[in-house]
Design a binder for this molecule. Structure first.
Ligand SMILES: [Zn+2]
Length: 213
């Protein structure tokens, strides 16, 4: 999680994707968004003073060249032949499915819910040293679900083994529950770079999937 002084490539940023009804459906990387734009599967939505403007690949490129000199360096991708502004919001013109209302259960989302913190010893670990633990072991019918699985360091995982926390003399930091919102999305929304997303995201769809940095 970097902000402030560290600047990654603009290609590592994130783009909010809308369906054709302008409902936010998920978050993808800038890299992926440019492919969609180039293939005419998506258009850029630029939000200015509360108004939406739609751009195709060609018109976005044109606007980009006009604005390239005035933009912050990290908002523009320069190639040999052209400069293109990093889009922040994109709309899939032919996609009419509505967003998922619940956050997908997977490792990435689980670790984010727990702030990369082992739920037994309370220490923060890099992804490579985190595992997950079934609070009620699977061998005793424990489900693989938001309310029975927690982030756990390798050492605590080894110690607990196939036991209940009480049997292992361990205590959970907090009771695991399904997150109401995607913690990765919440982080994005705190970043001024993604301010325009707020026009499209309501409390009802804070569970959107997030890709990108
Ligand atoms: Zn631990």
């Amino acid at each position: 999680m970097s902000n402030g002084s560290h600047r990654g490539s603009p290609l590592d940023g994130s783009v909010l994707v809308l369906n054709r009804f302008y409902m936010a459906i998920h978050v993808i990387s800038v890299r992926r968004s440019l492919v969609l734009l180039y293939r005419d599967l998506a258009e850029v939505i630029d939000v200015e003073n509360g108004q939406y403007f739609n751009y195709s690949f060609e018109s976005w490129l044109e606007l980009s060249s006009l604005m390239a000199e005035h933009e912050h360096e990290d908002d523009v991708i320069h190639s040999v032949h052209f400069a293109i502004r990093v889009p922040r919001v994109m709309r899939l013109m032919n996609y009419d499915k509505v967003p998922r209302q619940t956050l997908r259960f997977n490792r990435r989302n689980l670790f984010a819910r727990d702030d990369h913190t082992c739920q037994y010893c309370g220490n923060v670990f890099p992804l490579s040293q985190l595992s997950f633990d079934h609070v009620i072991p699977r061998s005793r019918g424990g489900a693989t679900s938001w309310d029975n699985v927690v982030s756990c360091c390798l050492s605590c995982n080894g110690h607990k083994g196939d036991r209940l926390p009480t049997e292992a003399g361990m205590k959970l930091l907090r009771k695991p529950v399904r997150p109401k919102q995607n913690p990765l999305l919440r982080l994005k929304l705190d970043n001024p770079k993604y301010e325009s997303w707020r026009s499209f995201i309501s409390p009802a769809n804070l569970a959107l999937e997030v890709a990108g940095d």
